[in-house]
Write a protein that binds this ligand. Structure first.
Ligand code: PHE
Length: 341
């Protein structure tokens, strides 16, 4: 075999050698590209080649070298990729954590409450947070000299004695009763505002859910049974309730509803003030004056209404001891509520 044939055989070998594993590839590198590679010997034999063929011989040798370089780096890449794929398929490797979002605890509780009432035919209504004096107070039978109207308690809009941030969702009662004819059965969740000093127990903004049912022949008994159903759905089937007489300008008679929480530990004593009972909502029969203010004939229709705060219930349920935590957007707090309530 002359030199030309030998080099041609090398070209073929460099192109076809089986080098699809790391060791074979390393052998290949040594043979064709290493410091003692086979081509060096042939370059040394250049002088034995007839002068007119030297150029062609040199080109052939370079061809072997180029081919070996190209193929080496291609196969090297393939082997690296294959190794990486193996890593991806390692089912014992620790998983990459997924940053899943969580609902805000206020939304969780609101949704729960709204769902419970939706199941018995209450329709969700949302209305404005910037309200006028009439819907928030006057229509709701709250006289001009009532302390709630004081600047101390209510945020009025700048230079206005008419517009304010609603102090309760009861304003939605007035909105609905002036717009719709009975039967009315609505549930109104939303944010309310009161001019209170911010502390661990109270905030100048919080959330309420309002309920209103107006039809012919609606009685206190209907209210009690509806609220009892609600309490059992939210707090569990064994839940006991009690109604205590109370006062609101817009209901008569009025009551506050407690659910029995228990007195098992020190925290129970603290959150129930030693009674075992938790106050969760205010309620009552819609005052005939309110119906009248809103254009509904109190001689034909009657109704009940109730309203409850969300933050307090959440604080009891999740044992949150500072109301400000709801509004601070601290991820360490929010991340607790992934699938809660
Ligand atoms: N609006 C009352 C409050 O904010 C709650 C309430 C609503 C009471 C409806 C009775 C009827 O405290």
């Amino acid at each position: 075999m002359n030199l030309i044939d030998e080099v041609n055989a090398l070209i073929q070998e460099a192109g076809e050698a089986d080098i699809m594993n790391a060791e074979a590839l390393e052998e290949y590198r040594k043979r064709f590209l290493g410091t003692k590679n086979i081509l060096k010997g042939y370059f040394a034999k250049m002088k034995d080649v007839e002068p007119e063929n030297r150029k062609a011989f040199g080109q052939l040798l370079n061809e072997v070298k180029n081919q070996a370089e190209t193929r080496y780096s291609e196969v090297q890449t393939l082997i690296r990729q294959a190794t990486r794929v193996q890593h991806q398929l390692d089912l014992t490797a620790p998983a990459t954590p997924i940053a899943a979002g969580a609902r805000h605890p206020i939304s969780l509780i609101l949704n729960r409450i709204v769902d419970i009432f939706a199941r018995i035919g209450f329709i969700v209504v949302e209305d404005r947070e910037i309200e006028d004096d009439w819907h928030n107070f006057t229509a709701m039978n709250t006289p001009d000299d009532h302390p709630a109207r004081d600047m101390q308690d209510t945020f009025y809009l700048k230079d206005s004695s008419t517009y304010l941030l609603r102090t309760h969702t009861s304003s939605v009662q007035a909105r609905v009763m002036t717009q719709r004819k009975p039967p009315i059965r609505i549930i109104a969740p939303g944010r309310v505002y009161r001019n209170e000093t911010i502390s661990a127990r109270s905030h100048c903004q919080f959330h309420q859910v309002e309920g209103l049912y107006v039809d012919k022949g609606v009685s206190f008994r209907d209210m009690k049974q509806t609220l009892y159903y609600f309490a059992r759905e939210l707090y569990g089937p064994e839940t006991r309730i009690r109604l205590r007489p109370s006062y609101f300008p817009f209901t008569e008679p009025s009551a506050e509803m407690d659910v029995y929480w228990g007195l098992k530990d020190e925290t129970d004593y603290r959150i129930t003030k030693g009674t075992g009972w938790l106050e969760i909502l205010g309620c009552g029969m819609v005052d005939p004056a309110v119906l009248e203010n809103c254009g509904i004939d109190p001689n034909v229709y009657s109704g009940f209404a109730f309203g409850m705060g969300i933050e307090r219930q959440g604080m009891q349920k999740y044992r949150i001891n500072d109301i400000r935590q709801y509004f601070e957007n601290d991820m360490r707090f929010l991340a607790h509520f992934g699938s809660a309530f």
